[in-house]
Design a protein around this ligand. Structure first.
Ligand code: AMP
Ligand code: ZN
Length: 120
């Protein structure tokens, strides 16, 4: 647990969040400022600051984070309509909270973020 990390505090139930899933290594909760009707954050219990900090022995955890995102997409009924899974990494990657997390976004037509980056 990292001091003054908001996601560590949520994982440890020291800060409130709407938790939608938890197991021995992962917790998922609703994003406090949702960017879509379904906007969940899937985080490891372990404090790993960014995707770039994931070590070779932790790649299974990355697979599990994505797998939980898939299960939640099904539970929130966006698996057929489609959804987006995003990991922001570092300053230029748009990361604001430095505890690794996967965004699950769905329930509306999402902007074509990659094409827009090209000026499309
Ligand atoms: P990122 O830019 O990938 O670091 O995204 C961080 C996300 O965490 C943002 O979408 C925030 O809305 C969300 N967030 C920040 N604080 C909280 C909180 N206390 N509970 C739930 N979501 C949060
Ligand atoms: Zn943390």
């Amino acid at each position: 647990m990292a001091e003054d990390c908001i996601f560590c505090r949520i994982v440890n139930k020291e800060s409130a969040a709407e938790i939608v899933y938890e197991d021995e290594e992962i917790v998922a909760f609703k994003d406090i400022y949702p960017a879509a009707p379904v906007h969940l954050l899937i985080v490891p219990r372990k404090h790993i600051p960014t995707l770039a900090d994931v070590e070779a022995g932790e790649t299974m955890l990355l697979g599990r984070l994505i797998s939980v995102a898939n299960d939640l997409a099904r539970a929130y009924k966006v698996d057929r309509s489609g959804y987006r899974v995003v990991i922001n990494c570092g300053k230029e990657g748009g990361q604001l909270v430095y505890h690794l997390h996967v965004h699950l976004l769905g329930g509306k037509e999402l902007s074509h973020a990659i094409a827009e980056g090209r000026g499309a």
